[in-house]
Design a protein around this ligand. Sequence first.
Ligand code: ACO
Length: 325
Amino acid sequence: MTVLRSVVLGCGSYLPERILTNAELATQIDTSDEWIVQRTGIRQRHIAAEGEFTSHLAINAARSALTHAGVDAQSIDLIVLATSTPDNTFPATAVAVQNGLGIHHGAAFDLQAVCSGFVFALATADNFLRSGAFKRALVIGAETFSRILDWNDRGTCVLFGDGAGAVVLDAQAQPGKSSDRGVLTTHLRSDGRHKSKLYVDGGPSSTRTVGYLRMEGREVFKHAVGMITDVIVDAFEASRTTAEDINWFVPHQANKRIIDASAHKLHIAPQKVVLTVDRHGNTSAASIPLALGVAVADGRIKQGDLVLLEAMGGGFTWGSALVRW
Ligand code: ACO
């Protein structure tokens, strides 16, 4: 008996040209390269240019993913774009991307789960593809967090960066075994009791402004490892796999200490962990597809590899996905 699976045909990413180093930040606010590296592992981040919007980053990432997949944009009938920094309150940034790619059929919408956005978008697209509703999807994470940072708040502005990444998913019949290619299992969670620990202090309905990111860093840190490991254990149990079976662990890139502690708790070997937080900072929904892009381009992730994704972010929201590349 065959089953439909969402097989990854290709991935791509895009980073704005401008790089902001810790040393440069230290000339603007009371911080140091040493403090930032020691607490977070971040050395630099990319910042979108004036007039460069989330949709522009997303279109570049989508084009690169389509090229890598070797498919035409016209074969895409679903675009799910994860972002917390849309071009406008509405319409969805996804429709700007759809139009920018010259696609005028199918459906395109945004999804908001902050740093967990890419995992939530992947799970959403996977469910649509496996149901037969759509055939080929672009799943994109794209952010311009630099626009919602309070550049006077050293506790948050050093952590984030801009960028975009995308994957092309194709509905394909597979034998229905754990050796199948494609998305094998996804697990999504949220708990709104934590909604004021990481939030933006503005919005169309509350303040009629965009607002700035606010965070209780220690509170986020305290919950992160437990939530991440819980949802990965769910993925292992559902797929009858273990940390040993994983070829690559591609976590949301928020903080090296959170990533190291999660991998350690799950007994995932350090050499299997894909790390880009040093170069990209925390790019929220874009961080996982950006990291996938790096590990595919440098030849680490190959067809047939078992890739474990996880993210945790504002809400709190958190989730995992296990994908056979
Ligand atoms: N440079 C220098 N000093 C700083 C900076 C900075 N950029 N930021 C804060 N400090 C100071 C504080 O003012 C404080 O000084 P004080 O002791 O004189 O009051 C001191 O450093 C300690 O501050 P804490 O906030 O307690 O520092 P902590 O060790 O908790 O590290 C950090 C802060 C890095 C934010 C940490 O809490 C963390 O990593 N939290 C997780 C948050 C995270 O990753 N968020 C990403 C978004 S969520 C997600 O994507 C999952």
